[in-house]
Design a protein around this ligand. Structure first.
Ligand code: IPD
Length: 317
């Protein structure tokens, strides 16, 4: 029911912040003078797929904390967490129609080990395969991105914090590309963890796809269609938050898992942004726009139209 979803939203908001504090405790321990080099990196000694697919002790601690809190409060709900599921050899698509929590205790793990502040907690609640609550908490900046389906998306926390002003994220019609793209756009693309450098391999494909995508869009932009910048933050979750907030115009990645994107998808959709698997970006006049389903590996996100964009009506749907 609506009241239950509101309760889940408030619970998740609080949980995300408490989990974020555990991440910051880890940072403080590691930056303390007494800590040695390995402690500073906080790597739990385990590599998953390869040397960049790492797990920190903090990943494990935060996931255990979040799992415990959710199980105590909602014992009948299913739980999917990055560390619980990704250490096994089979990484199957696990989202069913049952009420399910999907959690990345620490997205941006490599950033975290290097003390680069682009890391966060990501918590989603999924019903019938659709993320209906999304919470992303970036503890270094003490910033929350959140959404409750049908109610909207917020930066900070909407109505819950008295001391900070909340910022509703724009909720304007979806659009295929920002007007005049790529002029003035910021693209973001992640490198992921598959570093095989073979034709058809992930790394090779990514570089090509990204360059081609930029060129495609560039072609449509015509003269003076200069992209403002290309970024790679190291956190797919924060990429989605920044697209939802309108700081990034386009984000692309070809290798994420449900826990990387579930919360961000909810926030982006509630903000009025678009997430699709299509590549290159669909043409609104000729292509049907397929909304992505969880379990895809390739994602392309486009920011919500801003007020001025919708006034001109350019390329807005
Ligand atoms: C990873 C990050 C990275 C992205 C990978 C993700 P993790 O998640 O979001 O930016 O490229 O696809 O798996 O391991 O830091 O939680």
């Amino acid at each position: 029911s609506d009241a239950e979803l509101q309760e889940i939203y408030s619970f998740a908001l609080d949980l995300g912040r408490r989990a974020g504090r555990i991440l910051m405790d880890g940072v403080e321990r590691r930056t303390g003078e007494a800590s040695g080099r390995d402690e500073k990196r906080d790597v739990a000694g385990e590599e998953k797929m390869n040397a960049v697919d790492i797990v920190t002790q903090t990943d494990l601690d935060v996931e255990a904390f979040v799992l415990k809190e959710i199980t105590e409060r909602f014992p009948s709900h299913k739980f999917i967490g990055e560390e619980t599921y990704s250490s096994g050899s089979s990484r199957e698509y696990l989202i069913t129609d049952e009420p399910t929590w999907c959690v990345d205790p620490l997205d941006g793990t490599v950033n975290y080990t290097h003390l680069f502040p682009m890391f966060c907690v990501s918590i989603a609640f999924i019903l019938n395969g659709i993320p209906v609550v999304g919470i992303i908490y970036q503890p270094v900046l003490d910033t929350t991105y959140s959404a409750l389906v049908g109610y909207g998306a917020w930066q900070d926390d909407g109505h819950h914090t008295k001391s900070r002003k909340s910022l509703p994220l724009v909720n304007n019609p979806k659009q295929v590309l920002p007007p005049n793209a790529p002029k003035g756009c910021i693209f973001s693309c992640e490198w992921g963890k598959d570093r095989r450098d073979t034709e058809g391999g992930n790394m090779w494909r990514k570089v090509n796809s990204f360059v081609n995508m930029a060129a495609e869009i560039g072609g449509r932009g015509g003269k003076g269609g200069m992209v403002h910048g290309v970024r790679s933050l190291g956190s797919a979750t924060l990429d989605l938050a920044y697209v939802a907030a309108g700081s990034f115009d386009i984000w692309w990645e070809g290798g994420c898992w449900e826990w990387d994107v579930a919360a961000g998808i909810c926030i982006l959709r509630e903000a009025g942004g678009l997430i699709t698997t299509a590549h290159p970006p669909p043409n609104p006049e000729t292509d049907p726009i397929e909304e992505v389903r969880l379990g895809s590996r390739l994602y392309l996100a486009i920011r919500p139209a801003g007020d001025s964009d919708t006034e001109t009506g350019q390329q807005a749907q």
